[in-house]
Design a protein around this ligand. Structure first.
Ligand code: AAT
Length: 291
């Protein structure tokens, strides 16, 4: 550990640790679920850390939040009801708010401290909460989904932390089964699905569970996020049986940048990168296609 630097050390990426120079620690707290920290870094703006793992930085959050949101929402016509699991910082809400067809945005985040800290230290992210369509539920996403009436949502976005800690069940088969139940026919889910460089075994499990559960399309996509372990992170995109969904060719492009709550133009997402995100390196394609 280098004095004055934050190093992200975890058994999920043994033998490596990305480090950021710390200008100032702005917040440290312990919630019922995890340790919460915010610091000012020298080169990535403010950083949100949960249990020692970077959740977002001001500089590169766009790459993650825009992709996890627009990959599913641009793949179906007229999404109306959207559920976000996790994502308490509000960044995914900010991105969902760009879609004018959406009528209802539910979010279920387990840790209210994440919401409070984001509102205090990350106003450009937490601005998502200002969208009047948003309804916040504090609780476990697993329990929340079990109580959702069948066929409720057009899209579910699982913006989840890593499977060590409160998010563990969000990577397991019963959770994917309740997501499928909560979706209308031809509805879509996009879940945080870790790194092809570090977690092929986790990805393999997710893909094989999802191929059993989702009878529409099942595809893996990825994006670059410099401050996430290995610098890349992926998403599992699935659709339920019903109107077919071709994730690789978005049918619902974002036509304008000014109907969103933040008035901030997209920084990362566009239709070309949407299609490109599904192109996999050969080593990953081999494993994913074999499942
Ligand atoms: N948008 C920032 C990126 C995240 S945040 C993940 C969120 O999921 C956290 O706020 C965490 O409190 C919440 N969470 C964890 N478990 C649950 C649960 N069971 N139900 C509801 N919310 C939950 C993801 C960063 C990925 C990091 C990659 N290394």
């Amino acid at each position: 550990v280098i004095p004055g630097w934050f190093s992200e050390i975890s058994p999920m990426w043994p033998g490596e640790a990305h480090s950021l120079k710390v200008e100032k620690i702005l917040f440290q707290g312990k919630s019922d679920y995890q340790n919460v920290m915010v610091f000012q870094s020298s080169t990535y703006g403010k950083v949100l850390v949960l249990d020692g793992v970077i959740q977002l930085t001001e500089r590169d959050e766009c790459a993650y939040q825009e992709m996890i949101t627009h990959l599913p929402l641009c793949s179906i016509p007229n999404p109306k009801k959207v559920l976000v699991i996790g994502g308490g910082d509000g960044g995914v809400l900010r991105e969902v708010s760009r879609h004018s067809s959406v009528e209802q945005i539910d979010i279920c985040e387990i840790d209210k401290m994440v919401v409070e800290v984001s509102k205090q230290y990350f106003p450009d992210v937490a601005i998502g909460y200002q969208d009047p369509r948003v309804k916040l539920h504090i609780g476990d996403g697993v329990a929340f989904l079990k109580a959702v009436p069948e066929g409720t949502y057009d899209a579910v976005i699982v913006d989840s932390s890593d499977p060590i800690g409160p998010a563990q069940e969000l990577f397991e088969k019963p959770f994917f089964e309740s997501v499928a139940r909560a979706l209308r026919p031809g509805g879509v889910v996009c879940t945080q699905a870790e790194s092809i460089w570090l977690h092929m075994h986790i990805i393999e499990d997710i893909v094989s569970n999802c191929r059993q559960i989702f009878k529409g399309s099942v595809n893996y996509a990825w994006t670059t996020v410099p401050t996430y372990p290995s610098g890349v992170i992926g998403f599992m995109l699935c659709s339920t049986e019903g109107p077919s969904v071709d994730f690789k060719h978005p049918v619902n492009p974002i036509d304008s940048n000014d109907n969103n709550i933040s008035k901030r133009p997209l920084k990362f997402y566009n239709s070309e990168i949407h299609t490109a995100a599904f192109c996999l390196p050969s080593f990953a394609r081999k494993v994913i296609d074999a499942k």
